[in-house]
Unconditional design. Structure first.
Lengths: 287, 124
């Protein structure tokens, strides 16, 4: 299988305490991988490491088949579209000037495509970047990332700060992007529902460690939410309950369980990615 | 051909696709030799994962409803009457199980159930 992204034993240690440890996951070509995790879990660090914006301490990263430390990586970067959570363009430039700058950066820059997106996003062509709202900045950043014919998109909270309608439009554009089978996306987001629909894989980072990277369908199939009384919960076989338990005085308990190991006859509800994430993190806190 | 996906449905999405395409084939809306959308195109149209869609197709293929021609796509297979009968028998068994469960709840005897059955065939 072809991989758009291969990360092996990636580590990065910061003096101030945070460290990313032994992260490994792969993004098969043509797929969408959602990177989830709390604030400070290491999502942005991972994305920065992929683009070599910061130096890794250990491990291997291969982007579109090329090691990110090899000299050829500069060429590969032309084929990667990046949207970071903070869009940073020179403050005094307007949309047209950004076009001129990008023409000289990307060999495959597509002016027509860029202005199509500008129109689609109804961005003003003559307004200075610093006067843009957060949503407008994000949109410009997305337009730039898409307009040089990338094969891989790295999106770090790219839909953050956007209203639901624009978010939906942009998710649609990302979705269209992967219609071609050599186009892949790695996207991180807190808005798990954004990821839940279209992602093929979910990677879950927690405190700098990878808790899992799994096919989304498999996750949804493996886990379920069980609502029951505390007594009933205690009668369950060991190992069925995963992660933390949410309990209340009258509402009984709510637990994340392995569907297959729950005795027949007990009803297990659907667990979304968000529930899985919350319960996993809660379990960690309880320990 | 339309496929409607419900996200609140307890049925997994791949299963929804599977049963709807199967339904289209059984009802004759999809005929032998008809071409199905490619996995990727369908996934993107429905805005769902490619893997999910692939799984639905895999299952349809395993059960002989569709077949794949490498490089050309997926097609509806010839309707197998024997298989159809099997399918319907399977459905019937499922329904019977429900009947049995309900009957037990009401404390019906076999004789009474048969009576209801005869009455319902007369109505038709």
């Amino acid at each position: 299988m072809n991989y758009a992204l291969e990360i092996k034993n990636l580590s990065k240690h910061y003096k101030k305490g945070f460290s990313l440890e032994n992260v490994r996951f792969c993004l098969p070509s043509g797929c969408i991988l959602g990177l989830i995790g709390e604030n400070g879990a290491g999502k942005s660090t991972t994305i920065r490491l992929i683009m070599n914006a910061i130096q890794r301490d250990e491990g291997e990263i291969s982007v579109l088949g090329t090691d990110s430390h090899s000299p050829e990586f500069t060429r590969v970067k032309q084929e990667v579209g990046v949207v970071l959570d903070e869009a940073n363009f020179p403050e005094v430039l307007n949309v047209r000037q950004v076009n001129k700058v990008m023409q000289n950066i990307f060999t495959q820059w597509d002016e027509g495509m860029y202005f199509d997106y500008i129109q689609k996003f109804s961005l003003p062509e003559k307004k200075m970047f610093k006067k843009f709202s957060r949503g407008m900045k994000m949109k410009l950043s997305i337009a730039v990332a898409l307009s040089h014919h990338p094969r891989l998109l790295l999106l770090d909270e790219a839909t953050g700060g956007l209203d639901p309608i624009v978010r939906d439009e942009i998710l649609d554009i990302f979705n269209e992007f992967t219609r071609q089978d050599d186009h892949s996306i790695l996207m991180s987001s807190h808005i798990v529902s954004d990821l839940e629909k279209s992602c093929d894989y979910i990677a879950f980072l927690h405190k700098g460690k990878l808790l899992f990277c799994e096919e989304k369908d498999k996750l949804l199939e493996t886990y379920g939410i069980l609502h029951c009384t505390r007594d009933e919960l205690e009668k369950l076989p060991r190992g069925v309950v995963q992660g933390g338990i949410r309990s209340s005085d009258y509402g009984g308990v709510e637990a994340l369980v392995l569907r297959k190991q729950v005795p027949v006859g007990i009803k297990v509800d659907y667990a979304g990615i968000e529930e899985i994430m919350v319960h996993f993190v809660k379990g960690e806190h309880a320990e | 051909m339309e496929i409607l996906i419900s996200r609140v449905d307890s049925q997994p999405i791949y299963n929804q696709i599977y049963s709807q395409i199967k339904g289209h084939i059984l009802s004759g809306r999809l005929q032998e030799g008809d071409v199905l959308p490619s996995i990727r195109a369908l996934a993107k149209d429905l805005r769902i994962s490619v893997i999910t869609t692939k799984r639905a197709y895999d299952e349809l293929e395993q059960e002989g409803f569709i077949y794949t021609v490498a490089g050309k796509g997926c097609f509806v297979a010839k309707k197998d009457t024997n298989r159809l009968r099997q399918e319907n028998l399977k459905k019937l068994t499922e329904l019977m199980k429900k009947v049995a469960a309900l009957a037990r709840l009401c404390g019906l005897t076999e004789h009474e159930i048969m009576e209801i059955y005869h009455n319902s065939t007369k109505e038709e």
